[in-house]
Write a new protein. Structure first.
Length: 230
């Protein structure tokens, strides 16, 4: 009796599954690129994947709903429990978003108190120098018409060189540095370069958020052992 081999053609996955795979791969690839390229950690950089994350989440809910309880008699009770749990959770999340209580789409309090720092800088003499590194856009807005000079710096040695030249030629000019909390450790990178030029970083004011965590620290650059007043 002849033996015949039958080969069943490979059935391709449903279109919905293929779409899910494409979206999942795109989302994962974007996240890998996001972290590998050290993008700034702002919410807006995640907007390109937000719609697809929502689609994948919705697909997951649909599949779970369809399979919840299987063919057993528990299907209806389990679905009822799921609705009773999800409905208030989604309503609460919606209320938090509408009330602005979700830390999404904002600076998460990183710039809280910046207006106070700007207020101190605006009170300085017109010839004061403000060294700028992380707050350029904010200074452009708040100090748009302010007469004080702003200088960008990329290293402590750059600050030390510029500050030493100014202190030598125009010793009466005030020189300021504002460090945000997330760059507070940078103060250690300034001490040695400034000290090598006979200067010191003198803390003048600390600004705190409503939860009592520090947000900004204002410093004056002055000769070593100088008495500094704001």
């Amino acid at each position: 009796m002849p033996v015949t081999a039958s080969f069943s053609p490979k059935v391709p996955p449903p279109l919905a599954v293929r779409v899910d795979v494409v979206l999942a791969v795109y989302t994962a690839g974007y996240l890998v690129l996001h972290f590998a390229a050290t993008f700034q950690p702002w919410d807006r950089y995640l907007l390109p994947i937000l719609p697809w994350v929502c689609v994948l989440a919705a697909r997951g809910f649909v599949l779970a709903w369809e399979r919840l309880g299987g063919q057993s008699g528990l299907q209806r009770p389990l679905r009822t429990v799921a609705v009773l749990l999800l409905a208030p959770a989604l309503l609460y999340a919606s209320w938090l978003g509408a009330a602005g209580r979700l830390p999404v789409g904002s600076d998460h309090g990183a710039y809280s108190g910046l207006d106070q720092a700007i207020g101190t800088l605006r009170k300085q003499p017109a010839d004061a120098v403000i060294y700028d590194r992380w707050l350029g856009w904010h200074y452009d807005f708040y100090l748009f018409d302010a007469p004080q000079e702003r200088r960008w710096w990329g290293s402590g040695w750059k600050v030390a060189g510029d500050a030493a030249d100014t202190a030598r030629t125009e010793p009466e000019r005030a020189q300021w540095v504002v460090l945000p909390d997330w760059e507070r450790s940078t103060v250690e990178d300034l001490h040695l370069p400034l000290a090598s030029r006979g200067l010191a970083l003198i803390e003048v004011r600390r600004i705190y958020r409503p939860d009592n965590t520090r947000s900004f620290t204002l410093y004056r650059i002055a000769p070593l052992r100088a008495e500094v007043t704001p």
